[in-house]
Design a protein around this ligand. Structure first.
Ligand SMILES: [Zn+2]
Length: 245
């Protein structure tokens, strides 16, 4: 399978770019992980949205889901014009309940609560609850050859959760905060660059994608921090970056 970065800023994008959105494609599946600010616009450069098989939202912070509203209308239009036959499969957390109810009630999506493990085409996707200021999930995506991609979502650094990425081919890790602002990271329940690197090193992942970046930081400082902990193959998120898993 391969992963293409559509957006990676948080909690708002730099000019012309997008917040969290990652396209995962295999021989038999096209899945969008998260759909934050401006992701729908960028998505169309890389993938016909009418042919998506599923969308998964890690949690309901705006930078991870708001472009679902645009996607909803696009799917409606495609169904109206006969260019897409079925509603799009949508997986979301059950909380906050009003948002779960809203999206469950749409005609354009076939909505399911995130739980346990699902199959989309030739991909198996399992979920693990994060520790964050809102209920959410990390995800493990496994292809038919047993290769694994782990997406941290937004989460605090919790030793007991690290093994989720043990031996994975790719770890997609948020690195929102500089380590010097670690106290704030604990309060906001995000990873620092250093913690993202440590997670990758502890689990011996083959590749690390550093993402979920704050536009106000000088990004090289985050990269330098990651490098203090992890010496393996590392990628810094940018639009269109495609990593083979
Ligand atoms: Zn968040």
């Amino acid at each position: 399978m391969e992963l293409t970065v559509l957006g990676y800023w948080a909690p708002y994008p730099r000019a012309g770019e997008a917040c969290s959105g990652y396209l995962v494609r295999s021989e038999g599946a096209r899945v969008l992980l998260d759909c934050g600010h401006a992701v729908f616009s960028i998505l169309q450069k890389y993938q016909d949205f009418r042919e998506l098989d599923a969308v998964i939202i890690s949690h309901f912070h705006p930078d991870h889901y708001v472009d679902l509203y645009a996607l909803r209308h696009a799917i409606r239009g495609a169904m109206f014009q006969g260019r897409r036959k079925h509603p799009l499969r949508l997986l979301i957390p059950t909380e906050p309940a009003p948002l779960f109810d809203y999206w469950s009630d749409t005609q354009e999506f076939c909505t399911e609560a995130i739980a346990g493990e699902i199959v989309v085409g030739d991909l198996r996707i399992s979920f693990s609850p994060t520790v964050h200021s809102m209920p959410g999930y990390s995800m493990v995506v496994e292809d038919s050859r047993g290769r694994r991609l782990v997406y941290t979502g937004d989460t605090d650094y919790i030793e007991e959760r690290l093994s989720l990425a043990e031996g994975a081919e790719l770890l997609v890790a948020e690195a929102s905060i500089k380590d010097q602002d670690r106290e704030y990271a604990r309060k906001a329940q995000h990873l620092t660059g250093r913690e993202a690197g440590r997670w990758a090193a502890v689990c011996g992942v083959q590749k690390l994608l550093v993402t979920h970046l704050w536009p106000e930081y000088e990004i090289q400082a985050i990269v330098d921090e990651v490098r203090q902990e992890y010496s393996g193959e590392m990628y810094l998120a940018q639009e269109g970056l495609t990593i083979t898993v």
